[in-house]
Write a protein that binds this ligand. Structure first.
Ligand SMILES: Cc1cc2nc3c(=O)[nH]c(=O)nc-3n(C[C@H](O)[C@H](O)[C@H](O)COP(=O)(O)OP(=O)(O)OC[C@H]3O[C@@H](n4cnc5c(N)ncnc54)[C@H](O)[C@@H]3O)c2cc1C
Length: 285
């Protein structure tokens, strides 16, 4: 490929340690390759070596009592099709994943590549915020878990010079929890102009706990904590959903860019906030 003309060598290490050693030795001239989508669409001319991650045994979706454990080289398709995801949060995480981008892109994008690349328009990252995921990172010797909010407080560039994202752990939630994700795109292959993910625990009609994330705003995805405080402890009704639409419009932290005005993003965020809540109660839009 002409775009990758500076790449002189490709490695396929068999262990995380070997991959990290190669990364450290490369003096910033090597790139890890997950699905390779980003690396080929946005090639970095400095890169002379590729370190492929596909032989590290990181393509899996497993579960134990408390978590769903996803290996870093699992693609969006792998995750959406995994048996364990079919009923996870009533199948709504699977449905959200299956609607991201196009099938060809979903077959290529890995969860590790999405986490490490940290595109502000990512649909995966708001989902991970709302799901309160734990990002698993290894320096070759130890594997450390970071709560997603803490992970993105790191200087990611520095962390990724000596570490690999090895996977992500999702908590298992009981039936009182609901999940929804909405993204605004103009066509199937477009990147989102705004996205929002909500996880809520609803017991006897009351929102006991909630996490909300907004992304592609156009800054990085963030936790909409004011929105969470607005909803926590409230009875989930259609009236609340409509009140939450207005609250979100006024309080969500969005801005304009060349693709969308601030006002339109506020409007979309309000609509999505309301629609996701209405979906939780099967309400009328
Ligand atoms: C045309 C296009 C459309 C897109 N549409 C969407 C969309 O609709 N929704 C969405 O959420 N995202 C979308 N994306 C963004 C996409 O999710 C990211 O580009 C993601 O990084 C691609 O994953 P990958 O595995 O192919 O990454 P790669 O290209 O393999 O890697 C991306 C970066 O992450 C590093 N990396 C990869 N794996 C790891 C790892 N395990 N540990 C540490 N570093 C690692 C690489 O070195 C590189 O710097 C789109 C991207 C493109 C190019």
């Amino acid at each position: 490929m002409l775009k990758l003309k500076n790449v002189k060598s490709c490695f396929t290490p068999n262990s995380i340690q070997e991959a990290i050693d190669m990364l450290k030795k490369s003096d910033g001239k090597a790139a890890l390759v997950g699905g390779g989508l980003d690396i080929t669409v946005f090639p970095n001319p400095i890169i002379e070596q590729f370190i492929f991650l596909n032989k590290l045994g990181l393509t899996y979706i497993r579960e134990d009592e408390e978590n769903i454990k996803i290996g870093a080289t699992s693609t969006i398709t792998d995750i959406a099709k995994a048996p364990v995801m079919q009923n996870y949060l009533k199948g709504n995480v699977k449905i959200a994943l299956a609607e991201i981008a196009s099938e060809l892109l979903r077959n290529q994008i890995t969860i590790g590549g999405s986490i490490a690349r940290h595109h502000f328009y990512s649909d995966i990252i708001p989902a991970l915020y709302a799901l309160r995921a734990t990002i698993m990172v290894s320096d070759g010797e130890l594997i450390e878990g970071f709560f997603v909010d803490d992970f993105y407080r790191n200087d990611l560039k520095t962390l990724m010079e000596t570490c690999i994202v090895v996977g992500v752990h999702l908590n298992k939630y009981d039936d009182s929890f609901q999940f929804g994700l909405k993204r605004f795109v103009r066509n199937a292959t477009d990147i989102a102009l705004l996205n929002m993910a909500i996880l809520a625990q609803i017991e006897e009609g009351v929102i006991k706990d909630v996490s909300i994330s907004v992304g592609s705003r156009p800054g990085p995805a963030y936790r909409f904590e004011q929105g969470e405080a607005f909803l926590r402890g409230e009875k989930l009704t259609e009236v609340l959903a409509k009140d939450f639409e207005s609250f979100t419009k006024s309080n969500v932290d969005v801005a304009k860019d060349m693709r969308l005005s601030k006002e339109y993003r506020q409007h979309l965020a309000g609509i999505y906030a309301k629609e996701i809540l209405l979906d939780f109660i099967g309400g009328v839009r």
